[in-house]
Design a binder for this molecule. Structure first.
Ligand code: HEC
Ligand code: HEC
Length: 269
């Protein structure tokens, strides 16, 4: 249900972005351009313009550093949807119907190329496998009880987000921050609330859904609470709060290993 709310919210964003891109689309100014130069040939000026476009058109969904958000991380050597330079050039122009807006007509071929080149440069800079011992990272994951709150490949408890494909969804810097400072970026659908009925104890947990009549909250013990809005004495959203414990006290090497391990998780959900 929570993901439904997120999807609805994102659908509005996508619709708004699509409208921005529409007028030029309707004009249909030019035939689909071919990639004329390899993206690696972009100069500093091209990359600066590409970055400006990225911040305006892409960062909302992929993160300002490309490390992921509503959309997947772009800090990876390869993309499923864009096998090579030409594929990436096409993808940033056409988008993905119903999922990701295309900005090709609004940007025109030259700026689309600069944008694709900038994405490629981010990939190169941040897409290297982070240092660390992957096998030991897996041991740390098990020893620290991450599975008490996360599902991985179908195993574990689904209190926090599913981590099966987290290596595609988030870049290494994002993953590190998620472990050390969990409240820094709380994904939609994991907002922390405190709710107290007129009769009864306060319940602190993740808000799964909320409408005019009911609020559904899952507490850290995994219990689901359905609370009637009309019977609430208190309902508080905690901005910037997370129910994930911070792991900043892990030894530096263990943290590196854990981030390296999480980066390799690219399974199907
Ligand atoms: C409304 C949110 C949204 C915006 C805005 C957006 N994207 Fe995406 N993008 C997504 C989502 C969601 C996916 C994953 C789609 C899938 O694979 O199912 C994606 C996928 C991608 C992929 C392919 C990843 C892969 O593994 O195949 C690339 C590359 C990409 N986006 C680049 C961009 C660029 C560049 C921009 C700006 C021009 C942009 N996106 C704007 C949401 C967005
Ligand atoms: C008590 C439950 C709990 C435990 C234990 C826990 N997590 Fe989390 N985790 C969460 C919740 C809830 C979120 C979502 C809120 C947030 O991002 O802070 C989260 C978020 C994350 C994210 C970010 C996901 C995203 O897409 O933004 C990662 C990565 C993660 N956890 C990894 C781990 C690892 C690795 C461990 C073990 C060292 C662990 N977690 C232990 C509850 C937990």
């Amino acid at each position: 249900m929570a993901s439904l709310i997120v999807r609805r919210r994102m659908a509005r964003v996508i619709a708004a972005l699509a409208v921005c891109a529409l007028p030029a689309t309707a004009r249909g100014q030019y035939p689909a351009p071919a990639l004329e130069r390899p993206l690696a040939e972009a100069g500093a000026g091209d990359l600066a313009e590409g970055k400006r476009l990225y911040n305006a058109q892409c960062a909302l969904c992929h993160g300002i550093d490309g490390g992921g958000g509503y959309g997947p991380s772009l800090l990876r050597p390869t993309f499923a949807r864009a096998a090579d330079d030409a594929g990436l050039f096409t993808l940033v122009r056409t988008g993905i119907p119903g999922v990701m807006p295309g900005f090709g007509d609004a940007n025109g071929p030259r700026r689309s190329w600069q944008l694709a080149a900038f994405v490629r440069s981010m990939t190169r800079a941040g897409g290297a496998t982070p240092p660390g011992d992957v096998a030991h990272g897996r041991v740390v994951y098990q020893a620290r009880g991450c599975a008490n709150c996360h599902v991985l490949g179908g195993d574990g408890r689904a209190f926090g987000p599913d981590l099966t494909a987290i290596g595609l969804q988030r870049g290494p810097a994002y993953l590190r921050q998620a472990l050390v400072e969990p409240a820094a970026r709380v994904p939609d659908g994991h907002v922390v609330v405190t709710a107290r009925a007129k009769t009864g104890p306060a319940i602190r947990g993740v808000r799964l859904s909320e409408d005019a009549f009911w609020v559904h909250v899952r507490d850290a013990g995994g219990r689901l609470h359905a609370l009637r809005v009309s019977e609430l004495a208190e309902f508080r959203r905690e901005a910037g709060a997370s129910l994930m414990p911070a792991y900043g006290t892990l030894a530096a090497a263990d943290l590196d290993d854990l981030v390296a391990y999480l980066s390799t998780l690219r399974g199907q959900r």
